[in-house]
Design a protein around this ligand. Structure first.
Ligand code: APR
Length: 255
């Protein structure tokens, strides 16, 4: 007879479960770690394959694009293809469920993969853009289609400038209004989750600290320690795909 393995039950402090159950407002900040279980590589883990010798920080800048637009475009094309072939995981789905349970829910993501929306999350603030969109490097305006003439990167059909992914590179401004809305949600929430982010890239990394100062219960979900771990109200060491569904189940057991 085959023995079947079932995941160990995750135990959470009562204080955490009741804070969640009683919360009227929840805000969540996610980073690359929540998509790791879907098979999207995180930024600060070693890259694999073709790109193993490059640091994302060296590719994700306007200077890198000016220097070598073809290489940067191709790196994003590789990531775009990766994102197209993967699916949301139980961590993404647990946040969809959480959104259904509370009157006010704001999901702030640094991810550009669109997996939260594909999972069904409705109120998503994308701080760093979205890899599936394209814009003109010169005009900074969205471009929906362009001539497929083999040029890499393709050219803007309006001005002939180079096209680039509609993501925020190091040194660039965040989309207008997105950070202010995220900060307002962090400061107004009862419970703030910080999930799968190394918490090193600002201004996003400031959000859990803003929530703490405003008196929220701050919950970190990450297999590794971060600069938030010591200060968070609860630091859950482990994977988002395990902890988030278990927490939702603990706070809102099925009737
Ligand atoms: N569940 C939860 N967290 C995880 C998991 C998992 N299954 N796997 C890895 N992690 C954690 C790692 O321990 C790490 O702390 O996710 C974090 C990923 O960190 P980064 O790769 O640095 O990603 P992130 O914090 O989202 O990066 C922020 O930096 O490069 C820029 O613009 C880019 O949005 C990105 C920003």
């Amino acid at each position: 007879m085959n023995a079947s393995l079932s995941p160990a039950a995750v135990e959470f402090p009562d204080r955490l479960v009741s804070a969640l159950r009683n919360a009227r407002r929840i805000a969540v900040l996610t980073g690359a770690g929540i998509s790791a279980e879907s098979g999207v590589p995180t930024f600060r883990d070693a890259q694999t394959g073709l790109w193993a010798n490059f640091k994302p920080e060296d590719l994700a800048t306007p200077e890198a694009f000016r220097r070598n637009p073809k290489m940067v475009w191709e790196w994003y094309e590789w990531r775009r293809q990766r994102v197209r072939t993967v699916s949301p995981n139980p961590g993404h789905l647990a946040l969809v469920e959480m959104e259904r349970r509370v009157p006010a829910f704001t999901l702030v993501t640094q991810n550009v993969d669109g997996l939260h929306q594909r999972a069904g999350s409705r109120h998503v603030l994308e701080l760093h853009g979205n890899i599936t969109r394209t814009k003109c490097f010169e005009e900074d305006a969205a471009v929906e289609s362009w001539p497929e003439d083999g040029e890499v990167p393709p050219r803007c059909p309006r001005c002939g400038g180079m096209l680039r992914p509609d993501v925020v590179w190091f040194g660039e401004m965040l989309p207008e209004g997105a950070y202010a809305a995220a900060e307002a949600a962090a400061e107004a929430c009862d419970v703030f989750f910080c999930v799968g982010t190394a918490t090193v890239v600002y201004p996003a990394a400031a959000l859990p600290f803003a929530a703490l100062r405003a008196g929220a219960t701050v919950v970190e979900v990450n297999p590794s320690e971060t600069q938030l771990s010591d200060q968070a109200t609860h630091s859950l060491r482990g994977r988002a795909g395990e902890h988030l569904p278990a927490l939702v189940k603990a706070a809102w057991p099925e009737p």
